[in-house]
Design a binder for this molecule. Structure first.
Ligand code: BES
Ligand code: MN
Ligand code: ZN
Length: 491
């Protein structure tokens, strides 16, 4: 990840320069100085390239003079329309053109300090790369960006605005690293092991294995795990950041589905695209990254993150369709389809969370259903909640950071779809409203507590570049839930 520095506006002696420019605005400040130093080559170049400063428009000018090797102009749109998400997207748009530079100066002296910070955040987020397994890449193709100097008039203010963003970007990278890992490397035990790194940030990390799970009666989670040679784990991560006098006692709880690989089990999935199921632990990965973000910026809140890690495999020991399992809550489940495994994992983890931590609210994240992709595509996650205030807060937080969620309904009529003839419920409710019946299933384990469920099957991974994420693991949810905590639960 490149270092971000905020500096007083001054022309670089050499190298690359970025000019974030509003629509139809004349060059001013540092951009104007650069233009004058190059004898007007920059303004002539922009004119020739028909650069107007429209939102997202980028133009690169090579060697315009004054020692500059490269000038990248990025359009911000109409001055009145410049917002945090737009500034971030502008940062994202220049990450590619900057990749081969070692250093760059961004002439952000025309921007509010907070927007300058957002622009830097965008550069960071878009610069992510998962390159652990590339061994033959040529030196000249590797990204080289080491330092971005953001020139702003109030450098101290921009720096202060950026400090928590850096922690959140670190958290996003933690999530993307976990979610990108192949399932032969990231087994439940390995994922749990990697969570221990959060202790460096002051997070308490506790790992539970099958023995402890049996003790707590995790029949549903263990039923999913029993087909795999890789043992399940549950990780409990605690961040106690609420100021001493202000402890409310009840922590905020975030819970993640961590299926490190989902073959479907005996109800096996088709071969085409099954490799995608390595990221069926994205809910868990998001919770880990969120905890890293909160601890990294020393959030003034008590938060617990709990993830259930299993591998869903078909084998001689795997659970069968028709099996009945007893969950930690005592409720029984007829497992009609072994591919509806995420809800089984969440049922036990949610119950444990309530029993052990009595949370103020719970938000679970899960790549739970293919049906949510049919309903909402890749543009919104599905948001389900038994609490309007929490739902609205999550939706608003998501909107503010460019992680959109759409509220979906819950109701008794849907709940009826998961009635079983021989147990308290079955784990599938048929094709109609598949994401909703999955949420109804989870709701049966929340004991009426304030709860929200985010079905991130459509948003956790992207097959194309996004404004602030390269294709691959998005870490959807880290920024949204960090914002949720910051806005409402740190006062
Ligand atoms: N992990 C899948 C859901 C999924 C699908 C995530 C596509 C990401 C992309 C989940 O465990 C699953 O298999 N769900 C089934 C449920 C069905 C059997 C009721 C599904 O969506 O088909
Ligand atoms: Mn499945
Ligand atoms: Zn799954």
């Amino acid at each position: 990840m490149p270092d971000i520095a905020f500096v007083k506006p001054a022309l670089p002696r050499a190298g690359a320069m970025v000019l974030p420019l509003a629509e139809e605005a004349p060059l001013a400040g540092l951009a104007k100085q650069a233009d004058e130093a190059t004898g007007g080559a920059i303004s002539r170049g922009l004119e020739a390239a028909k650069f107007k400063g429209r939102k997202g428009q980028t133009t690169t000018l090579w060697a315009p003079g004054a020692g500059l090797t490269k000038v990248i102009a990025i359009g911000l749109g109409k001055p009145a329309d410049i917002a945090a998400t737009g500034a971030e997207a502008a940062g994202g748009a220049i990450a590619g053109p900057l990749a081969q530079e070692r250093e760059a100066v961004v002439a952000a002296d025309g921007l509010e300090p907070a927007f300058a910070a957002s622009l830097a955040m965008g550069v960071l987020l878009k610069s992510y790369r998962f390159d652990r397994y590339r061994t033959t890449e040529k030196e000249e193709d590797k990204p080289k960006l080491e330092r971005v100097a953001v020139a702003v008039s109030d450098a101290a203010k921009a720096k202060a605005a950026f400090a928590p963003m850096q922690a959140v970007a670190d958290g996003v990278f933690v999530t993307r690293d976990l979610v990108s890992e192949p399932a032969n490397v990231l087994t439940p035990a390995e994922c749990a092991e990697r969570c221990k790194a959060l202790t460096k940030l002051g997070v308490e990390v506790e790992i539970l294995g099958p023995k402890e799970m049996r003790k707590h009666g995790f029949g549903a989670l263990l039923g999913v795990a029993q087909g795999s040679a890789n043992e399940p784990r549950m990780v409990v991560m605690k961040w106690n950041g609420a100021p001493k006098g202000k402890k409310v006692g009840k922590p905020l709880a975030f819970i993640g589905k961590g299926v490190t690989f989902d073959t479907g089990g005996i109800s096996i999935k088709p071969a085409g695209g099954m490799e995608d199921m390595k990221w069926d632990m994205a809910g868990a990965g998001t919770v880990v990254g969120l905890m890293a973000a909160l601890a990294g910026r020393k959030a003034k809140a008590d938060v617990v993150g709990i993830i259930g890690l299993v591998e869903n495999m078909p084998s001689g020991t795997a659970q069968r369709p028709g099996d009945v399992v007893t969950t930690a809550s005592g409720q029984t489940v007829e497992v009609i389809n072994t591919d509806a495994e995420g809800r089984l994992v969440l049922a036990d983890v949610i119950h444990y969370c309530i029993e052990q931590h009595d949370p103020r609210f719970m938000v679970d994240l899960a790549t739970l259903t293919g049906a949510i992709i049919i309903a909402l595509g890749h543009e919104h996650a599905g948001l389900f909640s038994n609490d309007d205030t929490l739902a609205q807060r999550i939706e608003a937080a998501g909107k503010a950071v460019g992680e959109a969620a759409w509220r979906m309904p819950l109701g008794d009529a849907y709940d009826k779809q998961i009635k079983s003839d021989i147990a308290d419920m079955k784990n599938v409710g048929g094709r109609p409203g598949g994401s909703i019946t999955a949420a109804q299933f989870i709701q049966r384990f929340v004991q009426g507590k304030t709860w929200a469920h985010l079905d991130i099957a459509g948003t956790a991974w992207s097959t194309k570049d996004l404004p602030t994420a390269p294709k691959g693991a998005t870490a959807y949810g880290v920024r949204m839930l960090d914002r949720l905590v910051a806005e409402h639960y740190e006062g």
